[in-house]
Design a protein around this ligand. Structure first.
Ligand SMILES: NC(=O)c1ccc[n+]([C@@H]2O[C@H](COP(=O)([O-])OP(=O)(O)OC[C@H]3O[C@@H](n4cnc5c(N)ncnc54)[C@H](OP(=O)(O)O)[C@@H]3O)[C@@H](O)[C@H]2O)c1
Length: 295
């Protein structure tokens, strides 16, 4: 990468991870911050960029105009009707356009592209792009679309980085699923959290800093970039309540019901990330200390 300035395109910069990433931009980055429906507040360190991934011509045009050194592709849709057009086709458009301008591509993927039947997964694990015939499908529509996006990115870019991460959480502001938990408990509802869905939650600040560091390295390929500790969604919910000073008695621990499409055990082995990156990803036990006990 050139010494300065480094031209960086971030898609999904207005999303949860994207906004945290924008808070830790290195001084030598010139960043184009892609958004779709939520314009970004003016910031002298970046150039806001309205971009719809469903518009392949627009994606190509933006890439040719900016000619970024690095593309951090975070954008997704959370609407099932747009999983294919935005997550799969949009990622394909980004990968092809990034390849055409010789940009380093860091594509954000997820642990839920995996089936959840192995004790743990290293970077050699293949995403489940298609359901296995005659077997219950462990993947959600979102997970399946992300699995197909990984395949498309691998086919259209010669040397992408595919980052698989897990539940992303943080407090300022709260992430999507912690907001759901907090709102439910504050309304006095019973909130069910699964005891048999094991994940490696990652603190958003640590993930964002890891991605910034990764952008400057030469590494290509799949990289697990999750938290260092495997924990059930239920145990994680208790830790979040501890961090937020909330009474957890409204949480009901339960196993995942039959037929619910979600992989059970997703432990991402993080040895490669630890050997590559100086940035540490801390465990929820370290992050979720009670208020007043945090550093
Ligand atoms: N959140 C998690 O727990 C988690 C776990 C594993 C992996 N990941 C991965 O991490 C990445 C970031 O996730 P996140 O939670 O930060 O996502 P998010 O908060 O839902 O943000 C999604 C982003 O995508 C943008 N977007 C939506 N539709 C678009 C379109 N048609 N064209 C261009 N951009 C569009 C949104 O823009 P507007 O808001 O402006 O519309 C927003 O900036 C994703 O790749 C996700 O798969 C997340």
């Amino acid at each position: 990468m050139p010494s300065a300035p480094v031209r960086v395109l971030v898609t999904g910069a207005s999303g949860y991870l994207g906004r945290q990433l924008l808070r830790c931009l290195p001084r030598h980055w010139h960043t184009w911050a892609g958004y779709h429906s939520l314009p970004l507040a003016p910031d002298p360190r970046l150039t806001p960029l309205a971009l719809d991934l469903a518009d392949g011509d627009a994606v190509r045009g933006v890439m040719e105009a900016i000619r970024p050194h690095v593309v951090l592709h975070l954008a997704i849709s959370r609407q099932p009707a747009s999983f294919d057009s935005i997550i799969v086709q949009g990622s394909a458009a980004i990968a092809a356009a990034a390849a055409a301008v010789d940009a380093r591509l860091i594509h954000l993927s997820t642990d839920i592209v995996l089936d959840g039947t192995a004790a743990s997964y290293d970077e050699r694990a293949a995403p489940c792009a298609e359901p296995l015939p005659g077997q219950p499908d462990p993947l959600s529509g979102h997970g399946r679309a992300k699995a197909r996006a990984e395949q498309a990115v691998g086919a259209l870019h010669p040397n992408p980085v595919i980052v698989r991460t897990s539940l992303i959480y943080g407090f300022t502001p709260l992430d999507h699923s912690t907001s759901w938990l907090v709102e439910g408990l504050r309304r006095g509802e019973t909130v069910t959290l699964f005891t048999d869905q094991i994940r490696c939650p990652v603190f958003v600040d640590d993930l964002a800093a890891s991605l910034v560091e990764l952008a400057g390295l030469a590494f290509t390929g799949v990289l697990n970039l999750a938290g260092p500790v495997a924990i059930s969604r239920y145990e994680f919910g208790l830790l979040l309540c501890q961090a937020l000073g909330l009474d957890p008695s409204g949480i009901r621990p339960e196993p995942t019901p039959d037929g619910f499409a979600a992989p059970r055990r997703l432990v991402l082995a993080d040895g490669l990330a630890r050997s590559l990156l100086a940035t540490l990803r801390r465990s929820p036990v370290e992050i979720c200390r009670p208020p007043g006990a945090r550093l």
